[in-house]
Write a protein that binds this ligand. Structure first.
Ligand code: N01
Length: 493
């Protein structure tokens, strides 16, 4: 395909800076709304799929829901008194984002089915290439690609040989009717735990293949009554108070990960009491982790403990030997015959989703990160001017509302955009030495957290480099309150 260069072809004024947003999920939509709020319409949102809402478009498995309360998992400027549950189901969240996109006039800026395949900083601009071979120039690049959407398929012998239906939780086959089927599900993370109840309610049998048991907190998820919804419409303060309360809970989780004390005891007790509700001691033993609660991401579920005790549900803890045409063989030689195999095996963390990002001096992001991901305050990277990551690596994504994190990031990017508009800067990239010091501080702080207490998780990579933020959200908010320009190199054309 022949490459073509077109500049300023998007809707918009053509005024500088021209902004590229990659991803029309929660954070990309937010970025677009905030630009439009300031009267900036010179931007493009690239979306590789045919629809908005990112993770909520991609994850359609039975039981999918947010494990963060809906009143915090919504934009601060767009409260939704109509949430039906404390933890609303995925389709409702997706509908919320669709509504926001239309209400704020974002849709016309989105290029659907257009994947950014490469981005290269040249002169003082980003040359962005898309899958149709076209190229465009931008002053600012905002990666709104989300931390968890590159599907991880397990490397298990024989996976291709399975003759039944097989799909990943994040690539659900909506047409497949699992009623009366023998189902196997590999993995015990949030996606698996959320789907155990609806799957087992219809399946002939469900076997959960568990490699590592997880701590699951029992969280009731009542449906809000029409009266409660009406009250929230009449008194918006109620929604704000609920939001504030759940943000406060998030802060306590962040603090509990840092320090021993009453907060941690409270969380430990809540996990433990959920396990106590499992009557069969053998099953309880299987489900009991050998690491501390909160070391991995906590799982919230109001249905799991009851569903896992159903007669048609089994938890298999013997390691998988291979997958056969008929099902799964465990290392003890036992054959598990299956009609449907579900891979609830998670994602690759924070791959940035663009195959080739090239910054100053031809350095690729992949090469810069080959020894581990390094960021400056989660949002920028040395050598990659005006490259901003929303909910980037090292942001506090542990059981907090990602929307709150994205709002902090967007506020920071908007301040940088303002500085470009008023001529204060052209392009900025964090100083390498400042970034090195920042990462060292993160590592040091991580040593004092529960996340290093002896478990493997995506919070730390193989080199022990933290992927999340070792502090409560309030501290992160302070860190990204405003850009500290002397910690940046100013780059001109
Ligand atoms: O994936 P996971 P997830 N053989 O990575 C197992 C978010 N989320 O999709 O623990 C056998 O947590 C793996 O085993 P082990 C949330 O942030 C949010 O459930 O590595 N097993 C593990 O059990 C979450 O953290 C919501 O030993 C294999 C599982 O697969 C993140 O998404 C809802 C294996 C993967 O668990 C990911 O959750 C859902 C193998 N070869 C998800 N390979 C909300 O509500 C992997 N596993 C917002």
């Amino acid at each position: 395909m022949t490459a073509s260069i077109s500049i300023d072809s998007s809707p918009g004024s053509g005024a500088k800076p021209r902004i590229c947003i990659v991803g029309a999920g929660m954070s990309g939509i937010l970025m677009a709304v905030k630009l439009l709020e300031k009267g900036i319409d010179n931007f493009v949102v690239y979306e590789r799929s045919e629809a908005v809402s990112g993770t909520w478009r991609q994850n359609r498995y039975p039981g999918v829901a947010c494990d963060v309360a809906s009143f915090t998992y919504s934009y601060s400027f767009e409260p939704n008194p109509d949430w039906t549950h404390r933890f609303s189901p995925g389709p409702e969240i997706r509908a919320y984002f669709e509504r926001v996109v239309d209400k704020y006039g974002v849709r016309r800026f989105i290029r659907f089915n257009t994947e950014v395949t490469a981005a290269c900083f040249e002169g003082a601009q980003w040359r962005v290439t898309t899958n149709d071979g076209s190229e465009e120039l931008f002053d600012v690049y905002v990666a709104a690609t989300g931390p968890l959407n590159n599907l991880h398929y397990p490397d298990i012998k024989g996976l291709q040989d399975f003759a039944g239906a097989c799909f990943h939780t994040a690539d659900w086959d909506d047409d497949y009717d699992y009623t009366g089927k023998r189902i196997g599900i590999i993995g015990t993370g949030s996606s698996s735990v959320q789907s155990v109840d609806p799957l087992s309610a219809k399946a002939e049998h469900l076997t959960i293949f568990q490699r590592t048991p997880q701590w699951v907190i029992k969280t009731d998820n009542p449906e809000y009554s029409p009266v409660a919804i009406k009250l929230k419409h009449s008194f918006p303060i109620l929604g704000r108070l609920t939001r504030w309360f759940y943000s406060w809970i998030g802060e306590q989780f962040g603090l509990a990960a840092l320090k021993d004390g009453f907060r941690r005891k409270f969380v430990f007790k809540a996990c433990q009491s959920a396990l106590d509700s499992v009557k069969d001691p053998v099953l309880r033993e299987k489900l009991t982790p050998d690491y501390l609660p909160m070391c991995r991401r906590m799982i919230m579920s109001g249905t799991f403990h009851e569903a896992v005790q159903r007669a048609n549900v089994a938890v298999e803890t013997t390691a998988i030997d291979c997958i056969t045409a008929d099902g799964i063989r465990t290392v003890d030689g036992k054959e598990h015959k299956l009609d449907l195999l579900i891979l609830a095996t998670g994602f690759f963390f924070n791959a940035q989703n663009v195959k080739q990002v090239t910054g100053l001096n031809g350095l690729s992001l992949a090469d810069y990160w080959q020894d581990g991901i390094k960021t400056y305050r989660s949002i920028t990277v040395p050598g990659f001017p005006n490259y901003f990551m929303l909910v980037g690596p090292n942001s506090p994504i542990t059981n907090l509302s990602l929307i709150e994190i994205a709002e902090i990031g967007v506020n920071y990017v908007m301040q940088c955009v303002d500085k470009i508009r008023n001529g204060e800067i052209t392009a900025i990239a964090p100083k390498p030495e400042v970034t090195t010091a920042y990462m060292q501080n993160l590592r040091n702080a991580f040593g004092d957290t529960i996340w290093t207490s002896g478990c493997s998780s995506w919070y730390l990579d193989d080199e022990g480099i933290p992927a999340t933020f070792p502090g409560p959200p309030s501290e992160y908010r302070k860190e990204l309150n405003e850009p500290i320009l002397h910690e940046y190199e100013l780059i001109s054309a």
